[in-house]
Design a protein around this ligand. Structure first.
Ligand SMILES: [Ca+2]
Length: 378
């Protein structure tokens, strides 16, 4: 078989990369952790990059310095190189990413080398998902234990893979054709861009999977169904009915709690409250806490002191709301003068699947009234 040269001139392995090769793959079984690839979690269904899977494996590596774990280590100086194979529908190079719980992957990113060895870039592949505990990375592509969620062909090095930044890297951001909820995913490469003469490899620097979170909204009391908690998380503030109003009391009886529950943990480091600054500005929140939880039993009805929740921020006697809101306080741009907003940074970045605001005092009204709550990551 033809000897394959591994070290390219453009991508020189560093000493740290070799050291990394000596480390064992971290084994975690906790909830899926997510990073946020520059996109704020402002909407109620943000797309989030899944961070390193609990386990990664392949059906063959070129060597321990090029093991599958280097595909998901966050470094572009390390890479997975498959073992040599024929590359065909029945001779694929496979790599599997396994998570602690099922997740619906909606998009993925592959980063490869775009240098003298760009012929190693995958040209045809499938992405498959499985919840079958007996499924193996070595299973044939046609195995019924795996469901194909995305199929690619003719991904050439001219019109598809292109020189990126830096020029010796190339990346593809692709949408999954038929997403499903799976605990494990695998990439099965059936063709590469170079010659398929029986002694070739595929080679990728990094691969990340992304999922779109969904959310549900609850409160411990609404004024009416017209002012449901979902109205505070719909990324819209334009209408006079486009807000959440808490249950009405003869005298405000806090805490009035509003909660968003995502389908997966969402990183947050600031939040913004958008409200009205008109004749009803006495409905603005004055004192509150923001809390986070990963507990399945955590609820909008829990007391503010509940052990189900972690306190993320506390504000007392906030009276500095201004017409039109803080400059750059929200992502809506310039607000009309009958509205207001304020942004509150968290002391520590939070990653929770549930967040809730517990308002204990308002500016005089019998209700609290919030047009929008934005959770951000800057
Ligand atoms: Ca890498």
């Amino acid at each position: 078989m033809k000897k394959v040269s591994i070290v390219s001139s453009a991508l020189v392995l560093t000493a740290s990369a070799f050291l990394a090769g000596c480390q064992e793959t971290a084994s975690t079984t906790g909830p899926i952790q997510v990073s946020n690839d520059g996109m704020a979690a402002r909407t109620s269904n943000p797309t989030l990059v899944l961070s390193a899977p609990a386990a990664v494996s392949s059906n063959g590596d070129y060597g321990t310095a090029y093991a599958a774990k280097f595909l998901v280590d966050g470094s572009f100086s390390t890479y997975w190189v498959s073992s040599m194979r024929l590359f065909s529908a029945t001779s694929t190079a496979n790599v599997q990413l396994q998570y602690g719980s099922a997740v619906t992957v909606t998009s993925y990113k592959m980063v490869g080398r775009y240098d003298a060895l760009k012929g190693r870039l995958p040209k045809a592949w499938v992405i498959q998902g499985s919840n079958d505990g007996s499924a193996l990375v070595t299973d044939a592509v046609a195995s019924t234990k795996w469901k194909t969620v995305d199929t690619r062909s003719n991904m050439d090095t001219l019109s598809q893979w292109k020189a990126g930044s830096p020029a010796y890297q190339s990346s593809l951001n692709l949408t999954v054709a038929t997403p499903g909820s799976y605990t494990r995913y695998r990439l099965c490469v059936s063709q590469i861009n170079g010659k398929n003469n029986g002694s070739n490899v595929t080679d990728l620097l990094e691969m990340t999977l992304s999922a779109k979170a969904t959310a549900t909204f609850t409160s411990n009391g609404d004024f009416s169904s017209e002012y449901s908690p979902a109205k505070a998380f719909d990324s819209s503030y334009v209408g006079y009915s486009d807000h959440w109003i808490s249950a009405n009391h003869a005298k405000f009886q806090g805490p009035a709690n509003i909660q968003i529950a995502y389908s997966m943990p969402v990183p947050v480091d600031t939040y913004t409250i958008v409200g009205r600054f008109d004749a009803l500005k006495d409905r603005l929140p004055k004192s509150w806490v923001l809390q986070g939880s990963n507990s399945a039993s955590a609820s909008a009805y829990d007391a503010a002191t509940s052990g189900n929740w972690t306190q993320l921020d506390a504000q007392t006697n906030v009276t500095t709301w201004v017409a039109g809101g803080e400059k750059n306080g929200s992502t809506f741009g310039t607000l009309p003068t009958w509205m207001t907003c304020k942004r509150f940074p968290l002391k520590t970045k939070a990653v929770f699947s549930k967040y809730r605001l517990c308002v204990s005092a308002v500016s005089g009204s019998t209700v609290v009234d919030i047009h929008e709550i934005q959770f951000n990551r800057y």
